[in-house]
Each structure stands twice: as structure tokens, then as C-alpha cells.
Design a protein around this ligand. Structure first.
Ligand code: SF4
Ligand code: SF4
Length: 434
């Protein structure tokens, strides 16, 4: 099957339950932002600038778990900021899993290997003989593949620094969701730091050895070379990555302001208009049969310009330190004290694009999954044949990959000597040149 059966049936059961009860608006995915602090400054990320970046500004663990219970979404996407900086991340993940939710940790992967080393240390110190042998065997594999250093292995064998601190263990309901916008050169330019792509790949490889589930998320910009993205998916398929999300990047307010102010770049040279999105995603039908995408065929038809959908941002709400953010993940017109209040007080009919006309000018170029995917998932604008299409997609067999990942030169940036300056270094160099 394309997706694990338990996962598909859990989500389907939840949606059917609401439909039978006649609930008009409900949450399918919660975008939970425990903090907005990040160790990177990616181009195009408005998040880390829209909100305070102080580490003390964060949600309490109770608020995070309470938000999930309040909206009761079956899937929780822990984002931010960088969620692995959140001091209670382990307790949060374990708490959400105890609530029987599907958890995605959206990460730039820079601390992923550290978190997995902490899990190994705890397993090794607490496990019985058989378990300890198994962990030692995995440590040997990781050493052999260059995913751990001898120093790392020695640290793991010393046991956890804080024996009572929980860890993030492999779990069939949990995914690491690694941000990857292209191969090495492109990705490191977008995240404005060299070496990040390499670390992402090492973390993904380590996670697969240890039995974690791994997904990736990719944003497509104006300059994105879709052939390169396709090659990246081939490469990731060979690493055993379990699925991908892909979404168009558009010029929402916070990202646009940052681009002008900090980088002196013109947003129209970076973000996609609707026409450009449709052009970029015209091959998505073909990709759907080759890679495991988290999404529905209906949403992909929308991205490819084959059908129209309206926005249902209420189904993927965002909760952060200031409250429930409305109307959507990208735009901020207010923060509310509860999900019920967000639903009640937001004038949903003011947002989205209907029959090609933007109800709010800021929505004009938006086709992002957090607005439009739920319209497809919930069958809010269904056409004849959609149900069968969805069943075939969700319950169908796994796509066959090309198995040519090892031939692809994804390390085409600094690690192969094709260095380039990013972020502050690039700014300093251009200032020196002028
Ligand atoms: S996109 Fe993610 S990793 Fe990059 S700066 Fe924003 S929060 Fe951090
Ligand atoms: S179309 Fe929906 S998701 Fe997109 S910016 Fe507007 S309200 Fe937000």
C-alpha cells in the first residue's frame, strides 16, 4: 500500500465520523508552533521574523498538548521555528503519541542526529541483553556508514546525560519531516548556510538505519528547477524515504517584507504567481505515480491547473504562543483564544480565490496545501469519480521508483568543491565588492 493502512484508516474514520455528525468545520491537521526561534535564516521564511525569536517566548508543554486536544486533529505537524530547539520536544512528541495522534516533526534536520544519539544512549543503558546487542549492532552499522563518529559512539556508551529525560523513539505514528528544497547547491543557498543539505542526508540515512519513518517537505519557488526536484525525489526514494509533501511558495506578507528589508530582493523574482505554479506543477500527475506524496490526487489536479478549488484554511489551523492564528498558516489577521473562537470569529468568506477572483488580494497567488488540500481531502467540491480516484490513490500499491538514486549527483555544492557564499557571507562579499 502507498500509505500504512492504520494511518489511512485512522484519518478516514475521523473524517467519516464528522461527516456523519454533520460537523461543518473541523480540524484535520494542527500546525503547532511551540516556538519561533530557529538556528537558520532561510530565504522566504517569514515565520522567524513575524514573531519574536527569543527562546523564552515559547508555548508551555501543557498548552501544546491542550491545543491538540482542543481541536482534536488526528495529525499534528510540529513546526516553528525549529521544533528540535523546543526544550520539551521529547515530552511533547510522546504526549501527542499518547493521545493517539499522528505526529510530524518538521525540522531542518540540524539536531536530528543528536536527538537520535540521545535515544540510542537511553536504549543502551536501559535495555536488556538482547536489546543492548541490537543497539550495539546498529551502532556498528552507523559507524560503518560514517553516520556516527567514534567519539559519538563512546558518548552513547556512557549512557544518557539526564537519565530521566524522555527521548524520541522510532514509532509507526511518528515521522521526521525534513525540509529539503533541492540538491546541495540549491538547498544550501535557500537556507543560507553551507553544509545543511549534507547534514539532512546524513540524518535521513541514520533515521532509516534506526527504523524511524522519514518524510520530506519541499517548497517550490520561481527559480526552482523541477528537473532537479525530480532527481532529488529519485535520490530520496533510494534512501528509503517514506513520503513527501510539496507546495508552491507564494509571496505572503511576512516573507515578502523580510525579503525586501533584509535581503534587498524583489519578491516577484522569487515567489510564484498562480500561473507560474500551474506551469511548475504540470508534471505532477506523472510524479504521483512515481513517488509517495502525502496529499490527494484532487489537490494535485488543482496545482496542475486541471480543476478549481476554494480555500478551507479552517481545517489546518495554526496554534502558536499568541493563540490560534487566523485566517491561516501564512496570513495573520488576528490571534484567538480557542479553536472554537477562531472558527466563529473569522469571516471565512472573505478569503481564498473563487472562480479566479481573489476575495482578499493577499490570497491572489496562493495555492498552498494548508489552504486547499483539505478542500480536496474532505470532498468539499467533489466531482464524479473523485471518490474512486481517492480510494485508488490511498489504498493502491506503492509507486515503483526508477532505482537510479545512487547515480544522481545531489552533492553539487560546497562538498564537491563547488563552493558558494550564502547568507551573511554573501552579504559581506557583495558589500566588499561594491
Ligand atoms: S524555514 Fe524553517 S528552518 Fe528555515 S528559517 Fe524558517 S523555521 Fe527555520
Ligand atoms: S487562500 Fe487561504 S490559505 Fe491561502 S492565503 Fe488566503 S486564506 Fe490563507
Amino acid at each position: 500500500m502507498r500509505f500504512p493502512l492504520a494511518l489511512t484508516t485512522k484519518i478516514a474514520g475521523y473524517i467519516i465520523g464528522h461527516k456523519l455528525r454533520g460537523t461543518k468545520k473541523f480540524a484535520t491537521v494542527l500546525q503547532l508552533e511551540p516556538l519561533h526561534t530557529c538556528n537558520l535564516t532561510c530565504t522566504g521564511c517569514g515565520r522567524i521574523r513575524e514573531y519574536s525569536t527569543s527562546l523564552k517566548d515559547m508555548m508551555s508543554l501543557e498548552d501544546c498538548l491542550g491545543a491538540a486536544e482542543e481541536c482534536n486533529a488526528p495529525m499534528i505537524s510540529i513546526c516553528g521555528g525549529e521544533p528540535l530547539i523546543y526544550p520539551h520536544i521529547e515530552a511533547l512528541v510522546n504526549g501527542l503519541l499518547a493521545q493517539k495522534r499522528i505526529v510530524y516533526i518538521c525540522t531542518n534536520a540540524m539536531f536530528m542526529r543528536k536527538k537520535m544519539r540521545e535515544w540510542l544512549a537511553k536504549e543502551l543503558s536501559e535495555g536488556q541483553n538482547g536489546k543492548r546487542n541490537e543497539i550495539e549492532r546498529k551502532i556498528d552499522i552507523l559507524l560503518g556508514k560514517g553516520l556516527l563518529s567514534e567519539k559519538d559512539a563512546a558518548e552513547i556508551r556512557k549512557g544518557p546525560k539526564d537519565p530521566v529525560k524522555p527521548t524520541i523513539a522510532p514509532n509507526k505514528w511518528m515521522y521526521w519531516n525534513v525540509h529539503l528544497d533541492g540538491s546541495e547547491r540549491t538547498h544550501d543557498l535557500i537556507v543560507e548556510r553551507e553544509g545543511v543539505f549534507r547534514e539532512c542526508i546524513l540524518a535521513i540515512k541514520m533515521a532509516k538505519v534506526l527504523g524511524y519513518q522519514v518524510a520530506t517537505n519541499t517548497t517550490v519557488y520561481k527559480e526552482t528547477d523541477m528537473h532537479e526536484v525530480e532527481q532529488m525525489f529519485d535520490y530520496l526514494a533510494d534512501l528509503g524515504v517514506d513520503g513527501h509533501t510539496i507546495t508552491p511558495g507564494y509571496d505572503y506578507d511576512a516573507a515578502k517584507k523580510d525579503m525586501i528589508k533584509r535581503l534587498n530582493l524583489r519578491p516577484e523574482n522569487f515567489f510564484l504567481t498562480r500561473e507560474m505554479t500551474i506551469e511548475k506543477f504540470r508534471k505532477i500527475d506523472d510524479w504521483m505515480n512515481r513517488y509517495i506524496f502525502f496529499g490527494t490526487p484532487i489537490y494535485f489536479e488543482f496545482l496542475a491547473g486541471k480543476r478549481d478549488l476554494t480555500c478551507s484554511a479552517w481545517a489546518i489551523p495554526t496554534r502558536n504562543i499568541r493563540g490560534w492564528k487566523g485566517p491561516c498558516y501564512l496570513m495573520t489577521d488576528g490571534h484567538y483564544s480557542s479553536y472554537a473562537e477562531l472558527l466563529e470569529k473569522t469571516e471565512w468568506e472573505r478569503y481564498g480565490v473563487v472562480n479566479g477572483v481573489a476575495r482578499d488580494s493577499r490570497c491572489e497567488n496562493c495555492m498552498v496545501h494548508c489552504g486547499y488540500e483539505p478542500t480536496a481531502t474532505l470532498g468539499l467540491q467533489s466531482q464524479r469519480g473523485d471518490t474512486w480516484k481517492n480510494i485508488k490513490f490511498n489504498f493502491g500499491s506503492k509507486p515503483k521508483t526508477r532505482s537510479n538514486g545512487s547515480e544522481i549527483a545531489v552533492f553539487n555544492g560546497v562538498s564537491c568543491g563547488n563552493g558558494h557564499l550564502t547568507g551573511k557571507n554573501a552579504q559581506a562579499a557583495s558589500a566588499q565588492a561594491s
